[in-house]
Design a protein around this ligand. Structure first.
Ligand code: NAD
Ligand code: DAU
Length: 353
């Protein structure tokens, strides 16, 4: 079996659902169930004994040791993280705790577990660390896209914590020969994304008649990848990636935030029309401090070495995504009760003022 950490989050849940659609190999899902973790995303697996859920923190060493000894996974895929840049600006500590220290504890327990394996199991074992393009910093309009040799220049507490975790993963390979793989992916979108991130937040606000907050002038660029394509890239790296290797993952879909929001408004105008265009709800608000201007991924290495290609264009992926959110308003309503309201007050009231 494989061990997935953070499997109740956006990408982790999509990964588990996709994995079990294509394989009968069981998945052990270790998740702390923070505000971002929702087992409802995995409801379709409730009666499926190929999915085993363990409620826990990647920093809990005793729990990790016993889970590894009991289930004997052939691979660990580490999605668990605090992942929202704005939250890292309001309160960086959780990011250091999970992304840096949590990854460290997970690596330590993995190292002990790896040492206990026989030679055949050692040869096939992999630790795959899921990371982000944000570790490379910010690009100007004319800069070439991030490649695997672009120097790290993280700018937010979130990206700095992910950069630190990437360095630890690298060091555990170099020093202890742990068979690691790292992926650095661009912005994901798709089903089950928590509505604090741009695309689901805009869809949710639009449908509820609320302002659509655009930070600064909306000219910041992100390189969007449909989540299913990120999942297939991770599967490709896990099965064929070179041990110790780093793979950038992206779909060559650079868009300004304003372009993305216009697209979403135009799609809603068509699918759920009202008296006026959703574009009228757009509001420009105070910028994110230290806001990175542009991300873009050069995915040549994973294309050439592993033959991976994204299946969705931005146009096809966003169509699926908007349709999913329109059909799953109950999921959105459930995850946006409680703590979510406090977050909206903290992040947006002051910005609008
Ligand atoms: P998410 O915030 O939606 O989910 C994170 C999950 O990790 C949640 O289920 C949460 O409960 C769990 N978790 C948090 N702290 C934990 C801990 N200490 N122990 C165990 N579980 C814990 O995040 P996501 O968007 O699904 O991102 C998953 C990973 O992919 C992250 O490592 C992120 O840095 C990376 N990534 C995300 C994107 C993106 O666009 N969302 C792009 C590239 C890389
Ligand atoms: O690049 C990969 C990263 O993408 C991941 O590592 C992160 O986990 C993920 O959260 C994402 O980070 P971003 O900061 O790019 O995503 P977010 O959805 O928060 O914002 C996308 C852009 O939209 C960014 O330029 C900020 C802007 N934005 C965001 C929100 C929430 C707005 O203009 N208004 C908003 O309300």
């Amino acid at each position: 079996m494989i061990l997935v950490t953070g499997g109740a989050g956006f990408i982790g849940a999509n990964f588990i659902l996709d994995w079990l659609e294509q394989s009968d190999e069981p998945v052990l899902n270790l998740d702390k169930l923070t505000y971002a973790g929702n087992l409802e995303s995995l409801e379709s697996l409730n009666d499926d004994n190929r999915h085993i859920f363990v409620h826990g923190d990647i920093g809990e060493r005793n729990l990790l040791a016993s889970v590894l000894a009991q289930y004997h996974p052939r691979a660990i895929i580490n999605f668990a993280a605090e992942s929202h840049v704005d939250r890292s600006i309001h309160g960086p500590e959780d990011f250091i705790q999970t992304n840096v220290l949590g990854t460290f504890h997970l690596l330590e327990e993995t190292r002990a577990y790896y040492a206990s394996l026989n030679d055949a199991d050692k040869a096939s074992f992999r630790f795959l660390h899921v990371s982000t393009d944000e570790v490379y910093g910010s690009l100007s309009a004319s800069d070439p896209a991030f490649s695997e040799i672009t120097p790290y220049q993280p700018n937010s507490p979130y990206s700095a914590s992910k950069a630190a975790s990437d360095h630890l993963v690298r060091a555990y390979h170099h020093t202890y020969h742990l068979p690691v793989l790292t992926t650095n992916c661009s912005n994901n979108y798709g089903p089950y994304q928590f509505p604090e991130k741009l695309i689901p937040l805009v869809l949710n606000n639009a449908l509820n008649g609320k302002p659509l907050p655009i930070y600064g002038d909306g000219s910041n660029v992100r390189d969007w990848l449909y989540v299913g394509d990120h999942c297939s890239a991770i599967r490709a790296v896990l099965s064929k990636g070179k041990v110790g290797g780093v793979y950038n993952v992206g779909g060559d879909n650079e868009k300004t935030n304003l372009q993305v929001v216009h697209t979403l408004c135009d799609m809603l105008d068509e699918l759920q029309p009202k008296n006026s265009s959703y574009r009228e709800q757009i509001t420009f608000v105070k910028d994110r401090p230290g806001h990175d201007q542009r991300y873009a991924i050069n995915a040549t290495k994973i294309f050439n070495e592993l033959g991976w290609r994204p299946q969705e264009t931005f146009e096809t992926g966003i169509k699926k995504t908007v349709a999913w959110y329109l059909q799953h308003q109950d999921w959105v309503a459930n995850v946006t009760s409680g703590e979510y309201r406090n977050w909206l007050t903290k992040n947006y009231v002051e910005r609008a003022a």
